[in-house]
Design a protein around this ligand. Sequence first.
Ligand code: ZN
Ligand code: ZN
Length: 369
Amino acid sequence: MKALARYGKAFGGYRLIDVPTPECGPEDIIIRVRAAAICGADMKHFRVENGSDEFNSVRGHEFAGQIVKVGEEVKDWKIGQRIVSDNSGHVCGTCPACDKGDFLCCEHKVNLGLDNNRWGGGFSKYVRIPGEILRIHKHAIWEIPENVKYEEAAVLDPICNAYKAVAQQSKLLPGQDVVVFGTGPLGLFSVQIARIMGAVNIVMVGLDEDTKVRFGIAKELGATHCVNGSKEDVVARCTEICGHDNLGLVIECSGANIALKQALEMLRPNGEVVRVGMGFKPLEFSINTITEWNKSIIGHMAYDSESWRNSIRLLASGAIKVQPMITHRMGLSHWEEGFTAMANKEAVKVIFTYDYPDADTAEFGEKLD
Ligand SMILES: [Zn+2]
Ligand SMILES: [Zn+2]
């Protein structure tokens, strides 16, 4: 089968390669991928040529599909079930994070489709869910509710991320305001969670290039205002919208240092900024305001099983909307087109389906619905 793989250790480009069909061990599950989405985390390797011939991994950590084979010792899952992976491939089970069931913060975790690993990810035809992860972390995969499409389930990773950032990490109360920096999927899902939680003003901050597609989608999903940081004074405009006393929470999804600086300036005393985005440059400004005014910078990574349980329910209930965010659907053979649309910010979410000639062959005798 074909698979989109990454080469090189740290940063590196993609190559379309042939890989063997996965084998199903006694505790493993094989799924046929029905939808896989490009994530921002995939973008940082696009068009980076590091010259390395060292295979890293098959990519694609946001994927959903149907179970086509279960190992003889698997009791909890059966062929035909529609599932989505939280992309855990390996966790240690004994560190402080694992003790709390916070497997995504396990320092030894290996993610399917994201880290160097031997199981592979969703940019392919089949994925093996390793039995060892299901033994330690039973919620590494979730059944998809009947009224949720594969392509919608495939983007639960950023939904759960935004859910945890807004609902679990902050002290947001209904009636307060929220500012969200960054117009990618994490920002747009954060807008939706803020709306569900009863925020009054929800301000999306982006740049010039976001005005063509993403600001419109943000408004459709619940943003009450969009601020163009390329043209407007972001702190002055957000303060004008929210007033002096109402902005207790900023969700920072852009990763830009200037956004963190502006977030700290605009927050009211005791306010919080949850930093979801990542930047790689050291900060060039003072953060004394967090001491002077008791503001907090809250770190954030991923989600836990509670985020998954609740996000799946919100998705099935219709409260979280995915369709306006799926701007592109295409066969995996067009992967470069999909990545280019993401790079140009024409796309918010690109969904791949497997379309190589062997797409019609059912190697596990599966009948797909
Ligand atoms: Zn992701
Ligand atoms: Zn652990």
